[in-house]
Design a protein around this ligand. Structure first.
Ligand code: C2E
Ligand code: CA
Ligand code: CA
Length: 539
């Protein structure tokens, strides 16, 4: 079997598109990994963490608020009972250090905690729950907040909240080292509490982008993403989760193992696919079938001349395989295989269509030309007749008498050939001229002549090459010419390369010649140019 070069086998559309797919798939998976896994998961984590924190803070503030309302509702004077109540609340609510009640002059009038007589921090009157800035609580030597509300009697009820406790709530969230989590009071510039490193400029920009009526906002600033969630119950409170937006590079370094596995898998798939394709395409049958689909077979025409006038009177249609990006292949490379795989009929049909359409398109050049078509004898059947009918319908300007069919004698002598013989007879009745190709080179006897009539014989170049030599072929040639004359068959001599051969053949009464002396087989375009040129010369 003819070996087919590698680059041909992998250049078909299917191989290329699947290969491309195999190449692009990992990229696609990686982008998914980055966009869906990393980006979305991070976003989800950020918003879950922020919501959880808001929830915890809300719960704590609810308790505080409840305690302050209760204190204000029951307060009339600072009794032991009041102070005990304060102790109980401080004990029950995590993060609360103690309680204070101050009057309008900011003097402490009741407390379970503050030993001072007055407080310095500004606490603008608020009938809802308000928060002070974080500040240094001198008496206990650490930072804290005041959560407070003003009662109807002008007294302010304060819960002292430890800053450490808020930080503890934040730190519990287990955020990545490079992320930051902040509890914000929307009126304050600095966060109430912070875990991780949060650049102030980034935070400021995020605040600007933060639309206050949205409960949840996601802002992207430079390399950062910030998820902001504000509290339902305390509209001033919000939580910001800040992280570096996962870049492709981050995903690359985070998923090294997966990516390596992906690439190895890709290579593996690629090799598997190419080996599979190579095996498949290396089969000549597949290659020929693909070539037929791609219309790669084209007819070359070699002129057949009147041996006396040298005028072109017809042409033999010879198959060429114009493979994509490669040299033209000659029939001996593929015709035997096409016959073996029963693809020869399709090829002949493709060639004939192209040659017929050339004849039809150039009546001024070839209207009186015959076209000689090679038919493989093993593939002559009823379909040959119907194909011919089809061609006649498609190319009505071509006469059946213009068609010559060249059939080799191989197989004609066998019993099986009965059907072939009948078809040949039908073809002749339709008006085609049928001739024997390579006459004399076959091993079969000549008995088929007794029940088959032919119109012409073609003498193979082997005999023409023997002209003037003293060998068996030359004797055979003379015998063949005599036989043809006695059977009144036209003779076409093939492979005429020299003037001497032509002269000798003409002297023997041979009517037609074909060979490099006149012209080689050529593509249709070249054939056309030659004919135009000849016309111009004769005019
Ligand atoms: P063939 O039918 O005997 O065709 C003649 C071959 O001799 C052609 O070779 C032609 O190019 C070559 N030839 C013509 N003049 C000369 C010359 O002066 N000197 C030399 N040395 N060679 C010359 P090609 O085209 O390679 O075809 C080879 C064979 O392939 C053909 O032999 C024919 O048997 C087969 N073939 C070609 N086309 C078809 C086709 O469409 N169908 C079938 N079934 N067989 C085909
Ligand atoms: Ca031939
Ligand atoms: Ca021949």
């Amino acid at each position: 079997m003819t070996k087919v070069p590698w680059h041909f086998t992998v250049s078909d559309r299917k191989t290329i598109s699947v290969s491309l797919l195999i190449m692009l798939l990992p990229l696609f998976i990686f982008l998914q990994m980055w966009a869906i896994n990393d980006k979305q998961q991070k976003r989800l984590f950020a918003s879950n963490t922020a919501s959880d924190l808001i929830y915890d803070v809300e719960v704590m503030f609810d308790h505080l608020n409840g305690a302050l309302i209760n204190l204000s509702a029951s307060f009339s004077a600072c009794t032991t009972e009041t102070v005990n109540q304060m102790y109980r609340y401080a004990f029950d609510i995590p993060g609360v250090e103690g309680f204070l009640i101050i009057n309008e002059q900011r003097s402490v009038i009741c407390s379970n905690w503050h030993p001072d007589q007055s407080i310095e921090v500004e606490l603008p009157a608020s009938f809802g729950l308000s928060l002070s800035k974080e500040h240094f609580l001198r008496s206990v030597g650490k930072n804290g907040f005041f959560a407070y509300r003003t009662g109807a009697n002008g007294l302010t009820y304060i819960a002292v909240v430890s800053a450490t406790h808020l930080r503890y709530l934040l730190n519990q969230r287990n955020i990545a080292l490079t992320d930051a989590l902040a509890l914000l009071d929307n009126d304050e510039e600095n966060p109430l509490s912070l875990s991780g490193l949060l650049s102030n400029t980034v935070l400021q920009q995020a605040r600007l982008a933060f639309a206050s009526d949205d409960k949840k906002t996601i802002v992207e600033i430079d390399d950062f993403s910030i998820t902001l969630i504000s509290s339902d119950q305390h509209p001033n409170l919000s939580v910001a989760y800040l992280y570096r937006t996962p870049t492709i590079m981050v995903t690359l370094s985070d998923h090294k193992t997966e990516i390596i596995l992906l690439l190895v898998g890709q290579l593996f798939a690629f090799i598997l696919w190419l080996t599979h394709r190579f095996k498949k395409l290396n089969s000549m049958k597949v290659q020929l079938t693909m070539a037929i689909d791609r219309q790669e077979f084209t007819p070359y025409l070699q002129p057949i001349v009147d041996i006396n006038t040298q005028a072109w009177v017809g042409a033999e249609m010879l198959a060429r395989w114009q493979r994509h990006g490669q040299d033209v292949a000659y029939p001996n490379e593929f015709i035997p295989l096409a016959e073996k795989h029963s693809l020869i009929k399709k090829i002949t049909k493709q060639l004939a269509q192209k040659a017929f359409s050339f004849y039809q398109d150039h009546p001024e050049l070839v209207s009186d030309f015959f076209l000689s078509i090679n038919l493989s004898p093993n593939h002559i059947d009823e379909k040959t007749i119907s194909s011919l009918h089809q061609l006649r319908k498609s190319y009505p300007s071509i006469q059946v008498s213009q068609i010559k069919l060249e059939i080799t004698e191989q197989g004609l002598g066998t019993e099986k050939a009965q059907n072939t013989k009948q078809i040949i007879e039908q073809l002749r009745q339709m008006g085609c001229q049928v001739g024997l190709d390579d006459f004399g080179t076959g091993q079969s006897g000549l008995e088929y002549f007794t029940h088959l009539t032919f119109d012409f014989i073609k003498i193979d170049q082997r005999f023409v090459g023997a002209i003037g030599k003293t060998n068996v072929d030359f004797h055979l040639l003379k015998t063949i010419i005599q036989l043809a004359a006695s059977l009144k068959l036209d003779v076409i001599a093939e492979g005429v390369e020299t003037e001497q051969q032509a002269e000798w053949l003409a002297a023997q009464g041979v009517r037609y010649a074909q060979g490099w002396l006149y012209a080689k087989a050529m593509p249709l375009s070249e054939f056309k140019k030659n004919l135009i040129h000849k016309k111009a010369v004769t005019l």
